[in-house]
Design a protein around this ligand. Structure first.
Ligand code: HEM
Ligand SMILES: *[C@@H]1O[C@H](CO)[C@@H](O)[C@H](O)[C@H]1NC(C)=O
Ligand SMILES: *[C@@H]1O[C@H](CO)[C@@H](O)[C@H](O)[C@H]1NC(C)=O
Length: 326
């Protein structure tokens, strides 16, 4: 082989490894530095799940919001004295405190183990905790890729246009997910996270009281369900009141979410639109009839979600305290 060919081969090789930013994530990343990290985190998460029903959904959603803004680097957890961090953006204000607390508790447990001190990133702890809460609520268990480092930047402005809103439809959702390398199947599978947790009434009041600015109910909404939502969310209700996201099994991580969509019982437009859209509906029907298919697709999509924009190598840092940069 001549020198130019060799050089271009080297170049191609470098191009390949730099374009796959998750190249350095691995399932046994902490094998030598903190071999018990998985059980330390799991124990802390289990304890926290027992304390509050907001723990599991709050932690899962936190992972999603972290990964979609600046990548999975725990930037969503950073605190700012002048309220200019990611979490101060209005799109993040409804994140449950129990989600943050889960990661903080698990991080404290990791830091208490002398050998593990300042070895494990908050970003990885969040990825592990998200996996653990899904399993604890009856969902699939899976191995988590590790090796993310923590970001040092968190700005309110960076959240702009990065997170989906509950009134979005398939077209918009699809392009937002595609911008992170996630497919329509990934979108449908990850939306299944709405099988657990709660939503504030303010996110649905338009659908039941003033759809398209008229005094009427969203026609894609099951009437019986709409009545139930009106009962749980009276007009001008206390903004702290919440409704279960999955009316049939709000505490269980299962495929009821998809069966609900088939009956017009998707809580948000962004949920119901997955059944209105022809291509997405095929996937919804598959997940509704086959829980194994849903679980496999969810695990696959969570793994892809966990690779978005990760910091590896010597980029970022291992935070001492998840709420503050070192
Ligand atoms: C597809 C677009 C999505 C939209 C428009 C959306 C929107 C929302 C909204 C508005 C809430 C209610 C928050 C509240 O009132 O406190 C919520 C809750 C939730 N979301 Fe999503 N979400 C989407 C996708 C996802 C994904 C991909 C995940 C995770 C993989 C997720 C996990 C959750 C969970 C677990 C809750 C319940 C939170 C709690 O109880 O604290 N969502 N979502
Ligand atoms: C907020 O604080 C950060 C860091 O302390 C600083 O860089 C930034 O300029 C401040 N922003 C405003 C609007 O005061
Ligand atoms: C359910 O989905 C799994 C995984 O995709 C597949 O192997 C299985 O054959 C499906 N079961 C049925 C009854 O279609």
């Amino acid at each position: 082989m001549n020198v130019p060919t060799l050089l271009s081969l080297c170049f191609l090789f470098l191009l390949t490894i730099s374009s796959t930013s998750h190249a350095q994530l691995s399932k046994d990343y902490y094998k030598n530095s903190c071999p018990n990290v998985e059980s330390i985190v799991r124990t802390a998460v289990e304890r926290k799940v027992q304390l509050s029903i907001a723990t599991a959904p709050g932690t899962l959603r936190l992972f999603f919001h972290d990964c979609f803004v600046r990548g999975c680097d725990a930037s969503v957890m950073l605190f700012s004295w002048n309220s200019t961090a990611e979490k101060d953006n209005s799109d993040d204000l409804s994140l449950a405190g129990d989600g943050f607390d889960t990661v903080i508790k698990a991080k404290e447990a990791v830091e208490r183990v002398p050998g593990c001190r300042q070895k494990v990133s908050c970003a990885d702890i969040l990825a592990l905790a998200a996996r653990d809460v899904v399993r604890l609520k009856g969902g699939p268990s899976y191995e988590v890729e590790l090796g993310r480092r923590d970001g040092r930047i968190s700005t309110k402005a960076s959240v702009r246009h990065q997170l989906p809103h509950p009134e979005f439809r398939v077209k918009k959702l699809k392009s937002m997910f595609a911008s992170h390398g996630l497919s329509l199947t990934d979108l449908v599978a990850l939306s299944g996270a709405h099988t657990i947790g709660f939503a504030h009434c303010s996110f649905i009041d338009k659908r039941v009281y003033s759809f398209k600015s008229k005094t009427r109910i969203d026609p894609t909404l099951n009437l019986q369900y709409a009545k139930e939502l009106k009962r749980q969310c009276p007009e001008n209700v206390d903004p702290r009141i919440v409704v279960g996201m999955d009316p049939s099994s709000p505490q269980k991580f299962d495929n009821e979410y998809y069966k609900n969509l088939q009956q017009g019982k998707g809580l948000f437009t962004s949920d119901q639109t997955l059944f209105t859209d022809k291509k997405a509906r095929v996937i919804v029907n598959q997940f509704a009839s086959n829980n194994t298919a849903f679980q496999e697709a969810f695990v696959n999509a969570m793994t892809k979600l966990g690779r978005i924009g990760v910091l590896t190598g010597n980029r970022g840092e291992i935070r001492r305290n998840c709420a503050f940069v070192n």
